[in-house]
Design a protein around this ligand. Structure first.
Ligand code: PGA
Length: 253
């Protein structure tokens, strides 16, 4: 049985004060003893160290939203994997559609980042998903397949033991228009089948595949009750402790 994993991607929101407030609200809101799901928050870089300290007595885990592909060196403005590890990160979101489109990150860059993260024991949340145009052209499966094949190129099943895949249709991100549970389930099932072919049925069965894209308190239950949807990557709705807690609670059986 796969455990549900609910991750909050804060994006470029919350300075240090906002971070302290939101984590404090979240700890009050969540009755952590009763939470069977894994809960991850991904604040901006500048808040990670403080967040890590504030989460010491909590079951909430910490992730970053991005990292650079090289291990160290002359890369002005970038943040490395060991820097993330040193401030207490356990996860890193890689290949988010905003990175792919706004910052022109392609599959090859994402593949290198996944390799670097794995080498240092950081768990990747690897995002994939089609644009509206691609969906309307009927090439969703093809797009997702290419992203998976290129993003995971040259990585073995044992390399990927801590991998999470997040299926996030680009047209559903930040638009208020979520994929229907059936649309999402169909792609999740396809991804699991693909992983089964590329690796093994056993590995595919235990792989966590999250859905992301306008997940809210009122649509979470239906999405998360689909057989191949193992959690959510939440943007907008994770910035409020009450709505994020409602989504986490919706993941419980
Ligand atoms: P959203 O963002 O929940 O605001 O649609 C999801 C994401 O970008 O991960």
């Amino acid at each position: 049985m796969r455990k549900k994993v609910i991750a909050g991607n804060w994006k470029m929101n919350n300075d240090l004060y906002g971070t302290i407030n939101l984590i404090s609200d979240l700890k009050k809101e969540l009755n952590e003893k009763n939470v069977e799901a894994d809960v991850i928050i991904c604040p901006p870089f500048t808040s990670l160290e403080t967040a890590s300290t504030l989460l010491k007595d909590s079951t909430i885990k910490l992730g970053a939203q991005n990292m650079y592909l090289e291990e160290s060196g002359a890369f002005t403005g970038e943040v490395s994997v060991s820097m993330l590890k040193s401030v207490g990160c356990e996860y890193v979101i890689l290949g988010h559609s905003e990175r792919r489109t706004i910052f022109s990150e392609g599959d090859q860059v994402i593949n290198k980042k996944i390799k670097t993260a794995i080498k240092f024991g950081l768990k990747p949340i690897f995002c994939i998903g089609e644009t509206l145009e691609e969906r309307e052209k009927g090439i969703t499966f093809k797009v997702v397949e290419t992203q998976v094949q290129n993003g995971l190129k040259d990585l073995s099943e044992s390399d990927l033991s801590n991998l999470i895949i997040a299926y996030e249709p680009v047209w559903a991100i930040g638009t208020g228009r979520n994929a229907t549970p059936q649309q999402a389930q169909e792609v999740h099932q396809f991804i699991r089948g693909l992983i089964s072919k590329l690796y093994s049925p056993n590995f595919a069965r235990q792989l966590v595949i999250q859905y992301g894209g306008s997940v809210k308190a009122d649509n979470a239950k239906e999405l998360l009750s689909q057989p191949d949807i193992d959690g959510a990557l939440v943007g907008g709705a994770c910035l409020n402790a009450d709505s994020f807690a409602k989504i986490i609670n919706a993941s419980l059986r």
